[in-house]
Structure formats: C-alpha cells, structure tokens
Design a protein around this ligand. Structure first.
Ligand SMILES: Cc1cc2nc3c(=O)[nH]c(=O)nc-3n(C[C@H](O)[C@H](O)[C@H](O)COP(=O)(O)O)c2cc1C
Length: 165
C-alpha cells in the first residue's frame, strides 16, 4: 500500500507551507491533522509533518494512534547541519520509521502566551551568545522573526515517497 495523504500539524504556518509544497510536488492530498481525523479512514497510510516544540513533534502521538504513519518530517528552527535527526527520532520514539528534518522559521506574533513564555525562558540562556554563532542567530530570530523555509529540502522526502512511500 502506498502513502495516500500528507497530514500535518502547524502552529504558525511553516509546517503547513512544507505540507502544501510536498502536496504540489507529489499530487497527494494534504490535510491538517484535525481534518484528517474526520476525513481519512483510520489506518490510512500517510506521511506526517509536525512542528518541533521542546524537541517533541507536535501532534505525532495522535497521528500514530489513528493512521499508519509511514514516515515523519520534523519542522524546527535549528540549522539543518546541526539538527540531529537520530536524536529527534529517539526523543519521539520513532524507531523504524524514516525521519526527515526541515527548517521552518520563527514568527513571534503568531505565538500564544504559553509559547511566548517558553521562548522567553529559552532566550535567557542564549541572549549573550557571541555574534556569528548558531545561538546568536536563534536569538536574532526570536527578536525579529525569520523564515528559513526552502522547498529544495523536500527533495529527499519526495524521493522517498516515490521509491518507498
Ligand atoms: C515554544 C517553542 C519551542 C520550540 N522548540 C523547538 C525545538 O525543540 N527544536 C527546534 O528545532 N525548533 C523548536 N521551535 C521552533 C519551531 O519548531 C519552528 O518555529 C517551526 O518552524 C514552527 O512551525 P509552524 O510554523 O508550523 O508552527 C520551538 C518553537 C517554539 C515557539
């Protein structure tokens, strides 16, 4: 059975953008998780995309409980050369599934109070980081926002879908 849909959870829109781009590239239908639950049959084979919050892929437990999740994309704000996909897989208890990492962005204006507070706490530890370091880049994004989305980073995901999906 092939993957029949793309399902995602997005808070500020970056994961939604990747899901839509992947949909355009593959022709697969795209659903936010809530909608997928009501519109897709339980056990459907899907690829799941979720944003990272404190190292957890948001919506993943629900997606795993409802669908046959064939592969997972985690969308975060770490640089792609720094993000540790194996660690993300481990922290999210994804043993045997392919896991991909995509760099999203940061939009403070779209965050609710709880998430803003979490960022404020996280920024305490990095606000005096030397210029040019990854931490300083994150701090800059916390202050001014940033968009690192890049459709090219979907190429391995698309290839996996075409070959193994
Ligand atoms: C409270 C909070 C915690 C976050 N934790 C992580 C994290 O652990 N790892 C990471 O790479 N990005 C983390 N991020 C960054 C988000 O994953 C990133 O902004 C992502 O692009 C959001 O996607 P969305 O627009 O689909 O919601 C965090 C963001 C917030 C607001």
């Amino acid at each position: 059975m092939k993957v029949s849909a793309i399902v995602y959870t997005s808070n500020t829109g970056f994961t939604a953008w990747y899901a839509e781009q992947l949909g355009q590239r593959t022709g697969l239908p795209v659903y936010p998780l809530k909608q997928a639950v009501s519109q897709l049959g339980a056990g459907s084979r899907v690829i799941y995309l979720g944003w990272l919050c404190a190292e957890k892929i948001q919506g993943l437990p629900k997606a795993l409980g409802r669908f046959n999740v064939a592969a997972v994309c985690a969308v975060g704000m770490s640089r792609t050369d720094i993000a540790n996909v194996e660690q993300i897989a481990q922290q999210n208890k994804l043993k045997d599934k392919p896991v991909f990492y995509l760099r999203g962005g940061f939009n403070r204006k779209k965050l609710d109070l709880v998430h803003r507070l979490m960022i404020r706490i996280a920024s305490q530890g990095i606000k005096r980081s030397p210029a040019g370091t990854p931490a300083a880049e994150l701090m800059q994004a916390f202050r001014k926002g940033s968009d690192w989305t890049n459709a090219e980073s979907l190429t391995p995901v698309q290839q996996w879908l075409e070959q193994d999906g």
